[in-house]
Ligand binder design. Sequence first.
Ligand code: AMP
Length: 230
Amino acid sequence: MKVLVAVKRVVDYNVKVRVKADKTGVELANVKMAMNPFCEIAVEEAVRLKEKGIATEIVAVSVGPSNAQEQLRTAMALGADRGILVETADAEPLAIAKLLKAICDQEQPGLVIMGKQAIDGDNNQTGQMLAALAGYGQGTFASVVKVEGNKAQVTREVDGGLQTVELSLPAVVTTDLRLNEPRYASLPNIMKAKKKPLDVKTPADFGVDVSPRVKTLKVEAPAERSAGIK
Ligand code: AMP
C-alpha cells in the first residue's frame, strides 16, 4: 500500500512570532522554518506502517515555496521514499486540498496521512477538504491508527473522550499530538535523503487555480497581559 504524507513548511514552533510593522502578516524574514509538528507525527506514522510491512512506499508532498524542499528532504531522511513539491506562493487550504486531490488521482494511495492542523494558520481544514473532494472517508485527530486489509481503525480524540471509527481505504487520517513521538533523522539518513527523487511541479500542471478567496485585512499581536498582584 502506498501512503501519501502531506508536510507543510511553517515557522519553527520554538520561534516567538512577531507581527510585521505594517500589520499585513507575521515576520518571515530571517526566521527559522521547520516542518509543521503535526506533519512530523504524520511522517512518523507512515514510517511505522512501512516498518510493519503494511506500507510499501511513502510519498511526501508539500505545497509551498521552493525552499519547502528542505522539509521534503527531512521527510525523506525520516523514511519517506520520494517527494513531490508543488511550487507556489502562499496557498489557502482549499487550493492545497485540490492539489492534493489531483496528486491522489495520479498516485492512487491507500492512505493519506496529514497533520490535524498547521501551526501557522491554525486552519484545521485541509484534511477534511481533501477527504470531501476525493470522496475518501476521514479519521481526524487520530491518537491510534490500525490498518488491517482494506480497512483502517482510527481512534479519535474528541471532546470528552475517545471515538473509534472504521474507514474503508483509501482514506484520510489527520494526526493528533498523542499518536506517536517522532524520531530524529540520523546523519547517514540525512545524507541518503539527498539522493532520493524529488519532483517539482506547479499548480498549472494539475489545472488548479490557487488564487486566494480570502483577504487578510489586518494581523495584530494579542494585547499585552497587565501585571498581576502579589
Ligand atoms: P491546516 O488545514 O492548514 O491546519 O493544515 C492541516 C494539515 O494539512 C497539515 O498538517 C498538513 O499535513 C496539510 N497541509 C496544509 N497545508 C499544506 C501545504 N502547504 N503543503 C502540504 N501539506 C499541507
